[in-house]
Design a binder for this molecule. Structure first.
Ligand code: AHR
Length: 335
């Protein structure tokens, strides 16, 4: 079920627009928050959107930023204000407050961590500015604080990687180390949960160490160096994103071992560098997390702006790749 969200700008848009609904992006479920929201008229005829991005921590994030900037252009009717929080929640909160003060029509953001958003989201609600969550969820009791959440199912991504490890790599006992994403972030929490769920019934899978590499290549490498020193018998690295997996490759090679042979690496994302490493046999398996959310975000905003409705949860579709699939996909890979 989804309820209609009216926007000040939509009042002049005519009754016909009220029947518009979002049908494009994959599947959805649940209610739309449905508060009667509206914002300032920051961009004249343009729809003003404040987007508070997490940072530039990974290839995935760079592709996501490009997708959003390419979709929310003036030509498409948007006045986009963009900020980079450098992976700090306080910066993101500050950016959102600044968008509220500017009276933008819509706010969209990908929360760096799950908790601690209620106060600033209440401020946006009081200012009648609809909030759209992209990529990552917030942990709140009050789902009227945002209109919709579009992004991947991170638990399912973890499950899919876990199923591959359990069925393909753990036919005999294996020792797994886990490079977690940013502590407290939805993808780190959910990908850990999904992996543990999918491997729980296989006694051959032993997770011997788990530490955050903050979704960056540099920190992934540093943490992997520590793992290699502490555990001489690692069989598999589960990295919550490609970049940390690529950092692990550097650490493994520096330690004189062969990634893909001595130690298998499985990751999530499917960015070009990760897919190339998979095609080269250094990574063994990748579950995709699609970063190209810009066109769907633009459509969501246009739908809301015309007085239409959107689903409360819109789940994007992700594929998965082994070496052959990566070789086939690489020539046309957009990111
Ligand atoms: O929230 C999506 C995750 O954030 C991506 O998997 C990771 O690469 C990024 O930093």
């Amino acid at each position: 079920m989804a309820s209609t969200t009216f926007h000040k700008r939509a009042i002049t848009a005519g009754l016909a627009a009220l029947v518009l609904g979002l049908s494009a992006c994959a599947s959805g479920d649940g209610d739309s928050g449905g508060d009667d929201t509206g914002g300032g008229d920051g961009g004249g005829d343009l729809i003003s959107v404040g987007f508070a991005q997490v940072g530039a921590e990974s290839g995935w994030r760079t592709a996501n930023t490009t997708s959003i900037k390419d979709a929310l252009t003036k030509e498409e009717g948007f006045d986009l204000k963009f900020s980079d929080a450098q992976q700090k929640q306080e910066n993101q909160i500050q950016a959102i407050r600044s968008y509220i003060a500017q009276g933008v029509d819509y706010i969209a953001f990908s929360p760096v961590v799950e908790s601690g958003w209620d106060a600033v989201l209440e401020e946006a609600k009081t200012a009648d500015i609809p909030v759209i969550l992209t990529d990552r969820a917030v942990d709140t009791e009050d789902d009227s604080l945002y209109v919709t959440f579009i992004g991947s199912d991170f638990v399912e991504e973890g499950r899919r990687i876990g199923a591959y490890v359990s069925e393909t790599l753990a036919t005999e006992p294996i020792k797994v180390v886990e490079l977690q994403g940013t502590t407290g972030s939805a993808p780190a929490i959910d990908r850990k949960t999904g992996f543990e769920e999918a491997t729980a019934d296989n006694p051959n899978v032993e997770i011997i160490a788990s530490q955050t590499g903050n979704f960056t290549r540099a920190e992934g490498k540093t943490v992997m160096e520590g793992f290699l020193q502490a555990y001489p018998d690692i069989d598999v690295v589960y990295a919550h994103n490609d970049d940390m997996g690529l950092g692990a490759i550097e650490a493994i090679e520096a330690a004189g071992k062969v990634p893909g042979e001595d130690i298998k690496i499985v990751t999530i994302d499917g960015v070009k560098d990760g897919m190339q490493a998979l095609a080269d046999g250094k990574i063994t398996y990748i579950v995709e997390c699609n970063p190209l959310l810009g066109p769907d975000l633009a459509e969501i905003i246009k739908t809301l702006d015309s007085g239409g409705t959107v689903e409360k949860r819109i789940v994007t579709k992700d594929e998965e790749f082994d070496q052959e699939a990566a070789k086939a996909a690489l020539p046309d890979r957009q990111y």
